[in-house]
Design a protein around this ligand. Sequence first.
Ligand code: 5GP
Length: 211
Amino acid sequence: MSNKPASAGELFVIAAPSGAGKSSQIRRLLERCPNLAFSVSATTRPARQGERDGQHYHFIDTSSFQARIQQGRFLEYAEVFGHYYGTDRAHVEQLWQQGRDVLLEIDVQGAAQIRQSYPDACQIFILPPSMAILKKRLVDRGTDQPDVIERRLGEAQSEIAACASFDWVVINDDFDQAAAELASIVCAWPLRAERQHRIHRHLLAELLAKP
Ligand code: 5GP
């Protein structure tokens, strides 16, 4: 059963192994789709250089995170690379109340939780075009040591193995093409017949009334 009010905006989930180019694609998608709001997660991971509290993440300590788990304040949460990450339930609900669609950038464990609690969420997985390119992107980023990169590549494979559970898979080879595909998915998702029948029942009743 979905916990989302029928009139609420849509819920989109994007997952990808690190190095698949997810962040740049999400930036482009948010520019193209002004009604789409990014949900800023909470994390216990320390901020990287250039990351701002409240913009990239809400950086909090482990005991605060655990208290929030106890209080049921997360829509989903998971431990990834030794740190906690979670989606703030109240923030997402507030965005829905404002009529916005919400985008979660989360890992495959969080996506699995959302699949249970919000089965009508749109789940998209972004794949890199090859292992060699995934590795090159991680190296070029220059944020991780070689041992961390090797670990991330191993973890990427277990993430990629979960992509069959997603509704859509986009391969981020040509950036513009992948961006167009993502935007198409976000545009088309609210037009599902089941939803259209629900939202436009008065129109359908009128169109189907005896002439
Ligand atoms: P990073 O530390 O590189 O920003 O993110 C590491 C992983 O955590 C990525 O796969 C990212 O999508 C995931 N992540 C970020 N925020 C959340 C969240 O709120 N929930 C879950 N489950 N994963 C998250």
